[in-house]
Each structure stands twice: as C-alpha cells, then as structure tokens.
Design a protein. Structure first.
Length: 202
C-alpha cells in the first residue's frame, strides 16, 4: 500500500477533486480513481504528454500540457533519462547523493499558474499533490487563490538543497502553516528527502 492510499484511509480523505502536479505518465491513476472521479494531471515534459493522455484520459481525467509555476510564460526544463528526475531547477546536492543521475538535455516548456489553469473551478479541487523535484515553492506561489479550497496537500520535501533554490522542509512547513495547514505525516525515503502530508486545520 502506498502512502497515498495509506494516508487517505488514516485521515478519511475523500477528495472532491485532485490536482496532481508532476504527473509523469500517470502511474497513480488507479489510486486516485479509487478516491475520486475528478483528477487533473499537470506534466511539464513534452516527451511524456501522449503516453500520459493514453493512460488517464480514458478514465475521464484531464491533462494539462505545461509546467506549473508562479505565472504564465516559458521556462527551461532540465530533462533526465530517469523520467522522474527531470526538474526546472539545477542539480546541487542531488548530484552528490545520486551521481549516476543527471540531465541529458534542456527543453523549453510552457508554464502556467494553477490559479489561472483552474480559474472559475477552484472549488472543484481540494487535494493538491506535488512531485516537482524542488519546484514546490513556485507551484504553491502560483496557487494562492486555489489554496483556500484545498484540504489536503501531499508533497515531496527536501532537507538539503538537492536542487538549486528549492524550498527546504522548514520553509515549506512554515509557509503552509501560515495558510492553515498542519503537517501530519512524513515518509523519509532518504535523509535528504521524502514525502509529507499536510491537512487543513483552519
């Protein structure tokens, strides 16, 4: 059982809708389908868009072909042969812990703020899932109109500067705490990073 399902059961999570940022090819589609019918997948890497759509659109899910960030525009995605390791951020401590993982090339990708993507629909989504390799802060900064409607946040966190300029866990927890979210769970996958779960408390 993954922590998505485990924490959903533990905290009685039954979301009205999920926004999954950092979709890759939608490997978690069945877990989300067990929780809700409304899932929006956000993926920055153009090489993954078609496979992602084949995997999730038949389930009634939607796909946004863009990175999520602070505002609309175009930015550089650093692409790794390890598809889960591509990032908008340069590698820093990540290169020390995982020297076998690097970037192979860069690609320019569209960037959109979640507030703009889901304008007029913020109330449809109350679960935010972030798997963005150090870009969590920028995604959240672009979702401040959406956040009042969100009840649960699942995000990858960093205890070290794995990616240049990434928010570290204390900053992420403080920022979310100021907006009413309490940290409930931590899954340590490495001393430098893991997954965490926040629940709206006010």
């Amino acid at each position: 059982m993954s922590t998505i399902t485990d924490w959903a059961q533990k905290y009685g999570v039954r979301p009205q809708g999920v926004i999954h940022v950092g979709a890759c090819i939608g490997e978690e589609r069945d877990e989300w389908a067990a929780l809700t019918q409304r899932v929006a997948w956000i993926e920055a890497n153009p090489a993954l868009w078609e496979q992602l759509e084949r995997n999730v659109v038949p389930m009634g899910h939607e796909v946004v072909r863009a990175a999520a960030g602070t505002a609309a525009g175009t930015l550089t995605l650093h692409v790794s042969p390890h598809v889960h390791c591509s990032s908008m951020m340069p590698l820093v401590r990540h290169a020390t812990h995982y020297p076998h993982i690097g970037y192979s090339h860069d690609v320019q990708v569209p960037v959109r703020a979640l507030d703009e993507v889901f304008a007029g629909r913020h109330q449809e989504f109350d679960y935010l899932y972030l798997d963005t390799q150090g870009y969590e802060g920028q995604v959240l900064m672009g979702a401040q109109q959406l956040l009042p409607h969100v009840r649960w946040i699942y995000a990858e966190y960093n205890n070290e500067e794995l990616y240049g300029g990434c928010w570290l866990m204390p900053e992420l927890t403080r920022w979310l705490g100021e907006r009413g979210f309490g940290l409930k769970e931590i899954e340590t996958l490495h001393p430098a990073w893991g997954n965490a779960f926040w629940v709206r408390e006010r």
